[in-house]
Design a protein around this ligand. Structure first.
Ligand SMILES: *[C@@H]1O[C@H](CO)[C@@H](O)[C@H](O)[C@H]1NC(C)=O
Ligand SMILES: *[C@@H]1O[C@H](CO)[C@@H](O)[C@H](O)[C@H]1NC(C)=O
Ligand SMILES: *[C@@H]1O[C@H](CO)[C@@H](O)[C@H](O)[C@H]1NC(C)=O
Length: 588
C-alpha cells in the first residue's frame, strides 16, 4: 500500500488554502483528492493491548469525542477562498472512509508519568483507494460501492494512548462540512501521510484562578481547547493573596473564609473532576500554591501565620500588589500548617501528577521587618530563613513522592539550594533561562516579554489625583500586549547549545487574572496560546532549520481559529476577512 501511496504523494499539489493543520506536524504530505467520511465510520482499535482496559476506554472515549467534533463542527471554509469560488467538491464522488484503524504499539506506562517517560508520537495515513464511490445516502455520503472498489480507511499508529489522542486531534482538522452535498463531511487533502511528534515535552498554560473566580466549567473548557492545540499541561495558579478558592478538608476555614464568597470554591470533587477531565484528554493539571509571598488570603482563616497583612495605604512597600502579606519564616505554626496542607492535598493529586508548584516569586523583603522572628529586610538574614522554609516545603513534597516546581527567583535571586530534580520556571528573560540551566536544573520557559497574555490591558490601580500624572496614560508594567506574532517569534531554546536545550522541558503561556475572567478568557488566551502551542509542538524552526514564517502560519492559524470558534471557544480573529479571501494579498 505504502509504495503505491508514495507515488500519489509525489504528485502533491498545493491547494490554494484549506490545508490547515495546527500545530503543523513534523512531516506532513498530502494530495488534493477528495475523500468522504461515512457517518457510520467505525473505530477499529486493533492492538495487542486487549487486556488494557484503561487504555482502551481512554481511546474509545477520545474517539467518541473526535467523531462528535468531526460531524457536529460543520466547518465550511468559505472565508479562505476568494469571493464566489466554488470550493466544495464538484460531486459527491470519491473514496468513502468507513474505518479508522488504530494500532497502539506498546502498553501505556502507569500514569502519572515523569518527564522523558511518555511517547506522544503518532503516524496518520489516509490512502486513496482505487474504487469509485457515489454518495447517495441521507447525509449525502452513505456510500454505494462502485465497480472494483474497496472502502477507504484511516490508519493510525502510536506508541501510547497519548499519541493516539494527538492523531485524533489531527484527524479532526482534515475534514470539512459540505453544504452542497447534503451535509457530507469531506477532505480534499487525500492521500495524507503524517509522521509527527512534539519538540518539547511540556506545553502549557498557566491560569490564575485566584485573582478572579472561574467556575469549574470554564476550566474544563480551557482543558478542551488546550488538548485541541496538542498542549499537555494546565498549570493552575490556584491560590493567591486575594483569594483561596481551594477547599482543604483538613483546614476547612481556609476556603470557607479565604474564598471571595460562599460557593466560589473548588471542592475535592471539583478538583477530582478537573484532574480526570484533563487526564482523559492528555492534559496533566499541575497545581501551584504560591509561597511564601502571595499568601495573604490564608490570614482570613489563620491571621497568626501571615506577616504584614494588608498594610494600607503604603502596601507598595510590602508587596507587589495589595493586599500585602507573606507567610512567616522560621515559624513552627507555619511549618505545621504546610504539613497539614500537603498531607491533605498531595495524596489527592499524586495519582494525576508527580509535580507540584510551590511558587516563590516576588518575595518582598520589607514585609519581614514586621515578622517577629525575623525583624529584618536584609537578604543575608532572610536567605537562610527562606532556605529553611522552602526546604521544609520540599521535604514534605518528597515525602509524598512529588517533585517541586518553583519560580526562578528561588534559584536566581535567593540562591536557594533546591532538590536536584526540582524544575525551575523562568519568566523574566532568556538570560535567566540560561542561568537556571547553568545551575543544573531543568527549566520551563515563558518570558514575560513574549508569553504573558495578560500584558497590555492597562493599569488596574485607581490613581489618586496626586499620582495621576505620573501614571498617565496608565499602561501596565509589561505593556504592550503580546500579539500572536510576537508569541510565535519566541523560541524557548534560542541561543542554547544542544546540550543546554535538553534541559528545557518546554514552556507555558501565562494568563494572570487581574483583568481576565470567564467573560474574556477565551479571547485573551486564544488564539495566542495556539501560537505558543505550535512553537512548543512543531518548533520555532522547520525541518530545514529556518524560522517558520507568517505567510505559512497565518492562514493555518486563521482556519484553526474558525474551528475553535465552532467548538465554543471565543477566540479572537487573526486578520480581516479580506486577507483570508486573498491568500498572499496581505504581505509586506
Ligand atoms: C465513477 O462514477 C461516476 C458516477 O457513476 C462516473 O461518472 C465516473 O466516470 C466513474 N469514474 C471511474 C473512474 O470509474
Ligand atoms: C545570589 O547570588 C547573586 C549572584 O552571586 C548575588 O548577586 C545575590 O546578591 C545573591 N542573593 C542573595 C540573597 O544572597
Ligand atoms: C528567527 O527567529 C528568532 C527569534 O525566535 C530571531 O532572533 C532570528 O533573528 C530569526 N532569524 C531570521 C533569519 O529571521
Amino acid at each position: 500500500m505504502i509504495s503505491k501511496f508514495s507515488i500519489a504523494i509525489a504528485l502533491l499539489a498545493l491547494t490554494t488554502s484549506a490545508n490547515a493543520l495546527w500545530p503543523i506536524p513534523q512531516s506532513y504530505k498530502h494530495g488534493d483528492t477528495t475523500v468522504w467520511l461515512s457517518p457510520d465510520v467505525q473505530l477499529v482499535f486493533d492492538s495487542p493491548l486487549e487486556t488494557h482496559i484503561a487504555t482502551k476506554n481512554k481511546v474509545r472515549e477520545a474517539w467518541s469525542r473526535t467523531r462528535g467534533i468531526i460531524f457536529q463542527e460543520r466547518f465550511v471554509p468559505w472565508k479562505f477562498y476568494p469571493r464566489g469560488t466554488k470550493f466544495e467538491p464538484e460531486n459527491g464522488i470519491g473514496t468513502v472512509i468507513k474505518k479508522v484503524f488504530v494500532e497502539q504499539t506498546s502498553v501505556d506506562k502507569p500514569e502519572p508519568v515523569r518527564y522523558g517517560e511518555f511517547d506522544e508520537s503518532y503516524t496518520l495515513t489516509v490512502p486513496v483507494t482505487g474504487g469509485n464511490f457515489t454518495s447517495l445516502g441521507p447525509y449525502g455520503v452513505e456510500a454505494t460501492l462502485g465497480e472494483g472498489g474497496e472502502p477507504g480507511a484511516v490508519y493510525i499508529t502510536a506508541g501510547s494512548s497519548l499519541g493516539v489522542l494527538h492523531a485524533f486531534t489531527t484527524l479532526t482538522q482534515l475534514f470539512y462540512y459540505s453544504n452542497s452535498h447534503r451535509g457530507g463531511v469531506y477532505s480534499k487533502l487525500a492521500p495524507v501521510e503524517i509522521n509527527d511528534k512534539p519538540k518539547f515535552q511540556h506545553r502549557g498554560l498557566n491560569l490564575d484562578v485566584a485573582r478572579q473566580w472561574y467556575p469549574k466549567e470554564d476550566i474544563l473548557k480551557t482543558i478542551d481547547a488546550l488538548s485541541w492545540n496538542k498542549m499537555n499541561r494546565l498549570h493552575l495558579h490556584v491560590t493567591d493573596s486575594q483569594s483561596w478558592p481551594l477547599e482543604i478538608p483538613a483546614l476547612p476555614d481556609l476556603a470557607a473564609k479565604g474564598a471571595y464568597a460562599d460557593g466560589l470554591t473548588y471542592s475535592p470533587q471539583d478538583l477530582q473532576d478537573i484532574l480526570t477531565w484533563g487526564r482523559s484528554r492528555g492534559v496533566e493539571v499541575i497545581l501551584e500554591i504560591d509561597m511564601p509571598g502571595h499568601t495573604t488570603s490564608i490570614a482570613e482563616a489563620y491571621p497568626e501565620l501571615i506577616t504584614g497583612r494588608d498594610k494600607q495605604p503604603d502596601w507598595v512597600r510590602y508587596a507587589a500588589q495589595p493586599p500585602s502579606g507573606s507567610l512567616k519564616l522560621r515559624n513552627p505554626a507555619v511549618k505545621k500548617f504546610l504539613t497539614t496542607l500537603f498531607d491533605d492535598l498531595l495524596p489527592r493529586l499524586r495519582s494525576h501528577s508527580q509535580y507540584f508548584h510551590t511558587g516563590g516569586d516576588e518575595v518582598n523583603k520589607n514585609v519581614y521587618n514586621l515578622d517577629e522572628n525575623i525583624k529584618s529586610n536584609d537578604p543575608a538574614v532572610l536567605q537562610p530563613a527562606l532556605q529553611d522554609f522552602v526546604s521544609h516545603a520540599h521535604t514534605e513534597l518528597g515525602r509524598h513522592g512529588v517533585t517541586p516546581l518553583v519560580w526562578e527567583e528561588m534559584l536566581l535571586d535567593w540562591n536557594l539550594t533546591l532538590p536536584k530534580d526540582a524544575i525551575v520556571q523562568t519568566w523574566m528573560s532568556g538570560e535567566s533561562l540560561k542561568k537556571v540551566i547553568e545551575k543544573g536544573h531543568r527549566v520551563i520557559a515563558g518570558d514575560y516579554s513574549f508569553w504573558y497574555l495578560d500584558c497590555g490591558r492597562g493599569q488596574w490601580l485607581d490613581f489618586l489625583p496626586a499620582s495621576y500624572k505620573y501614571f498617565h496614560p496608565f499602561n501596565d508594567y509589561c505593556s504592550p500586549s503580546k500579539n500572536w506574532r510576537l508569541v510565535y517569534s519566541y523560541d524557548p531554546a534560542a541561543g542554547l547549545t544542544q546540550e543546554q536545550a535538553k534541559q528545557v522541558l518546554g514552556g507555558e503561556v501565562h494568563a494572570w487574572s487581574e483583568q481576565i475572567d470567564p467573560v474574556n478568557i477565551d479571547s485573551v488566551v486564544w488564539p495566542r496560546a495556539s501560537a505558543a502551542a505550535e512553537v512548543l509542538w512543531s518548533g520555532r524552526t522547520d525541518a530545514a532549520g529556518n524560522n517558520r514564517t507568517f505567510p505559512d502560519a497565518s492562514p493555518r492559524l486563521a482556519e484553526f481559529r474558525e474551528r475553535l470558534v465552532l467548538r465554543g471557544v471565543g477566540a479572537s480573529p487573526i486578520q480581516q476577512l479580506w486577507c483570508h479571501q486573498h491568500p498572499g494579498g496581505c504581505q509586506l
